[in-house]
Design a protein around this ligand. Structure first.
Ligand code: GCW
Length: 695
C-alpha cells in the first residue's frame, strides 16, 4: 500500500519472518473492563490489531479473566491495578508494591507464567490510561523487535502532558502548515471526526493526555449551543484513548455572545454568564480539563481592559470551574505590549512576563496554573529559559513548547527540536541558591506541586502527513516522550521514532538520526546565531524566511539593535534593560557579565561591537559569516545523504522527503546570503575569507 503518513509512527510494520519467529503465539487478549469506551478496551483492540500487523497473529479478545481456565498458549492480560487478578499470579506478589507506588497514568509491563505453563504478558496500569500506555509500549517495542523486559515500571515526570491546537472555527489554523483543521469548518465542529480519533491514538502512544482544541485567539461562537454539542462529540471521540479536552476562551464573550454591556470580571452578570456557560460545557464534556486564557496579549481583551488585575481575570474562570470537578485555568503568561518604542534603550519585551505577574503569586486561586512559553520572547531558535519559571512558587506552572515550527522553518525545513528543549529543561535556575533544573520546577518536584507540567502548540492539519512533512513528526513524537521523561537521550528518541516510522534498516535509522541531530544547529547557523534570535520576517508577521532588517523598528519588541558598529540587546542591569536581574542571583551574575555569558547567548544579553572577540577567538561578525556558510553548506548535504536511502524505504515517502530536503538546501543559501549581505552592508567589515559580497 502507498505509505501516506496517516499511521505516522504507529504503522506496526510486519517483522521479518526470522525475527517474528522468536515471539510466542499469542492467542488470547484479556482486556479487563466492562466498558466499551474505556481505554482498557481500546488497549485490547490495539493489541489485537498490532499483533496482526507485526506478527501476523490473530488473537481473541475477552473481558473477564477466568482463573479456572487453562491458557494453552500465551496470553496478554491488560487492566488496571484494581481489576488485575492478582491471586491467579502468585509470582507477581512483589509487583503489587511497585504498582501501588506508580504515579498517575503509570504502568507496569512484564512477563509472568500462569499456572507454571503459559508465558503471559502482563500490563497493569495505575489507572485505565496507564493500562493503555503499557499496551502501546508493548506494541512499539515489538514493532522495533525489542522483546518486552521481564519487569518494567514507568511513571510520568508530570501529570499535565497536553497539546494546544491553534485551530480556528472557520477551519483555518494559526501557524498551520498542513492543511485545514481536523476539528472545525465553517464555524462548526466537523461532522466526521475520524481524524480526531486517529490523532488521539497518536497522542496516547506517546502518553499525551489532554488537548485544548481551539486557538488561544479564540472566538465567542465557540460557545454557541451547537458548538457545545460539537465539543461533546470531540471529547467522546478522544476519551477512549485517555485524552481529555479543554477549550480556549475569548475574554469578551459576555459582551459579544451574551449581549452584556461589559466583560468586567467582577461584574455579577459577567460572573453569572461564565457560571452558566461552564455548567453547559460540563453537560457536554463532563471530564473537561478546563480553560486556556490568552488575555491582554496581542490585541486580545482581558482583565486589564476593565481595570482589574490578571489574577482577578484568572480567578473569575477558576471559580466558575470549581464546583464541577478538577478543571483548571491555564492562564497564559504571554502578556506584553506589542507597540513598544525601540527608541527607549530600557524597553524590553523580555521583561514583560515577570513584570506583569509580579506580586500575583499569592493571589491566584489554587486551580489557576500559569502557562509560560519556554523563552521570554517567542519560540526563537535560541532563548534562555523564561525567568518567570523562577518567580512563581505557590502558583503552579505549565511550560509551553512549540511543535509547530513557527520560527523554525515551518515544517519545510527539517529541525528536530528535542535538543533545543533540553537546553531549557536541563537549565539550572538556582532558585534560592539551590539546584532548580527547569524540568524539576515543571514536574512539580522543586516546589512540591501535585499538578503541573507541559503544553505544546501543535499544528496538525488535514494533510495525510499530519504536519505537512514526514520528518517533522519526530517533534510530535519526541514532545510526548519528553513530557514523560525529560532526561531522555535525544538521539535515542529520534532513532526509536525512525524505526517505528521507516523500519528497522540500520542505514535508514542512522541516517535519519544523524540528519535530525544536526538539523537544529544547522538551522541556527543559517537563521540567527549567538542569541540574536531567528532573523525572520517580523513585520509581515509570516515569521518565515530571512529578513534581518525586519528585526528592528517594529513594535513587537523582537529587536537586535543592529547599527553600523554594534549589535545585540543590552539586557544587563548595569547599563541595559535590567532583564538579567530577573533571574535568581547566581544566574543573573552569569548573564550580567559579558565574560561569563556563553557565546550562544551573547547577543541576547549584550550589545557589542561587531569586532568583539568571542570565546572561540573569532569576532562576532566573522562568526556570523562563517556560521551562515557552515549551516548552508551542511544543509546541502541533507538531500545528498537522503538519496542514499532510495529503495530502502517506500518510494512515496522517499520522494516527498527528498523534495523537502532539496527545498531546504536551496532556502538555506537564501538565508546565508540575505543575512550575510545585510550585515556586511551594515558594518562594512570584510569577510576574512572573502566570500561575502563577492558574488
Ligand atoms: O508567536 C506568536 C504567534 C501568534 C500567536 C502568539 C501566541 C496565537 O505569532 O500567531 O497567536 O504567539 O502565542 O499567542
Amino acid at each position: 500500500p502507498r505509505e501516506n503518513g496517516l499511521e505516522a509512527w504507529l504503522r506496526y510494520a510486519s517483522l521479518p519472518t526470522e525475527a517474528a519467529k522468536q515471539y510466542p503465539r499469542y492467542t488470547n487478549i484479556v482486556a479487563l473492563t466492562d466498558s466499551k469506551s474505556s481505554p482498557v478496551c481500546t488497549a485490547g483492540k490495539e493489541v489485537q490489531d498490532g499483533l496482526k500487523k507485526i506478527l501476523n497473529q490473530s488473537a481473541n479478545i475477552r473481558h473477564k479473566f477466568d482463573p479456572s481456565e487453562q491458557l494453552s498458549s500465551s496470553a496478554i492480560v491488560v487492566g488496571t491495578q484494581d481489576d488485575f487478578p492478582w491471586s491467579a499470579f502468585p509470582s507477581l506478589q512483589d509487583v503489587k508494591n511497585t504498582v501501588s507506588s506508580l504515579k498517575e497514568d503509570g504502568f507496569w509491563l512484564g512477563t509472568s507464567t500462569f499456572k507454571d505453563e503459559a508465558q503471559t504478558v502482563v500490563i497493569i496500569g495505575q489507572n485505565e490510561r496507564g493500562a493503555l500506555y503499557g499496551a502501546m509500549e508493548f506494541l512499539m517495542r515489538l514493532a522495533q523487535n525489542q522483546p518486552s523486559p521481564a519487569s518494567y515500571a514507568s511513571s510520568p515526570s508530570a501529570p499535565i502532558r497536553w497539546i494546544n491546537q491553534w485551530d480556528n472555527l472557520d477551519g483555518s489554523i494559526e501557524r498551520g502548515y498542513a492543511g485545514p483543521s481536523i476539528f472545525f469548518k465553517d464555524g462548526a465542529v466537523l461532522d466526521d471526526l475520524t481524524r480526531v480519533e486517529q490523532y488521539a491514538r497518536l497522542m496516547a502512544s506517546v502518553r499525551l493526555n489532554g488537548i485544548v482544541v481551539n486557538n488561544v485567539n479564540s472566538h465567542c461562537n465557540l460557545l454557541n449551543p451547537s458548538n457545545l454539542k460539537g465539543l461533546g462529540r470531540i471529547a467522546d471521540a478522544m476519551r477512549p484513548w485517555g485524552v481529555r479536552i479543554g477549550v480556549a476562551l475569548y475574554f469578551d464573550t459576555p459582551i459579544e455572545l451574551g449581549g452584556l454591556k461589559t466583560s468586567d470580571p467582577l461584574d455579577p452578570d459577567v460572573v453569572a454568564f461564565w457560571n452558566d456557560i461552564t455548567t453547559q460545557l460540563y453537560e457536554n464534556v463532563p471530564d473537561m480539563l478546563g480553560y486556556l486564557i490568552k488575555a491582554n496579549s496581542e490585541g486580545q481583551p482581558g482583565p486589564l481592559t476593565y481595570g482589574r488585575t490578571l489574577a482577578e481575570g484568572a480567578n473569575l474562570f477558576a471559580r466558575a470551574l470549581k464546583p464541577h470537578g478538577d478543571g483548571i485555568v491555564m492562564y497564559r503568561a504571554f502578556v506584553y505590549n506589542h507597540h513598544l518604542d525601540e527608541s527607549n534603550w530600557k524597553n524590553d519585551r523580555a521583561n514583560a512576563a515577570v513584570e506583569f505577574f509580579d506580586g500575583l503569586d499569592d493571589v491566584f486561586d489554587e486551580n489557576v496554573l500559569v502557562q509560560i512559553k519556554y523563552g521570554p520572547i517567542d519560540f526563537q531558535v535560541r532563548e534562555p529559559p523564561s525567568p518567570l519559571l523562577a518567580h512563581l512558587r505557590r502558583t503552579r506552572t505549565i511550560i509551553e513548547f512549540q511543535v509547530a515550527q513557527e520560527y523554525m522553518g515551518q515544517q519545510s525545513h527539517l529541525c528536530y527540536l528535542a535538543p533545543l528543549w533540553r537546553t531549557i529543561l536541563d537549565f539550572d535556575l538556582r532558585i534560592d541558591g539551590e539546584p532548580s533544573l527547569v524540568k524539576d520546577v515543571v514536574s512539580g518536584e522543586r516546589f512540591n506541586w501535585k499538578y503541573s507540567g507541559y503544553a505544546a502548540v501543535v499544528n496538525v492539519g488535514n494533510d495525510s502527513t499530519w504536519l505537512g512533512s514526514h520528518l517533522a513528526m519526530s517533534n510530535l513524537y519526541a514532545y510526548g516522550r519528553y513530557c514523560w521523561e525529560p532526561s531522555s537521550d535525544e538521539a535515542a528518541v529520534v532513532s526509536d521514532w525512525a524505526r517505528l516510522t521507516f523500519g528497522l534498516n540500520p542505514t535508514v535509522v542512522d541516517t535519519i538520526t544523524q540528519l535530525s541531530m544536526e538539523s537544529w544547529p544547522t538551522y541556527e547557523n543559517y537563521s540567527g546565531n549567538l542569541g540574536i534570535q531567528t532573523l525572520c520576517d517580523i513585520v509581515k508577521t509570516c515569521h518565515y524566511g530571512p529578513s534581518p532588517a525586519a528585526m528592528d523598528g517594529n513594535g513587537w519588541g523582537q529587536w537586535t539593535r543592529a547599527d553600523a558598529h554594534a549589535i545585540g540587546m543590552d539586557r544587563t542591569v548595569a547599563t541595559g534593560t535590567g532583564f538579567s536581574g530577573q533571574y535568581p542571583a547566581e544566574v543573573a551574575k552569569v548573564f550580567e557579565n559579558i565574560e561569563t555569558t556563553p557565546d550562544e547567548l551573547l547577543l541576547w544579553f549584550h550589545h557589542v561591537p561587531y569586532t568583539h572577540r568571542l570565546k572561540s577567538g573569532k569576532t562576532v561578525i566573522q562568526h556570523f559569516y562563517d556560521a551562515h556558510y557552515e549551516g548552508a553548506e551542511n544543509a546541502q548535504t541533507f538531500p545528498v545523504r537522503w538519496q542514499a536511502l532510495r529503495g530502502l524505504i517506500d518510494d512515496h515517502r522517499f520522494q516527498h522527503i527528498l523534495f523537502h530536503l532539496t527545498y531546504q538546501a536551496g532556502h538555506a543559501l537564501v538565508w546565508r546570503d540575505s543575512v550575510n549581505t545585510f550585515y556586511h552592508a551594515k558594518c562594512g567589515i570584510a569577510d576574512e575569507r572573502n566570500r561575502v559580497g563577492n558574488h
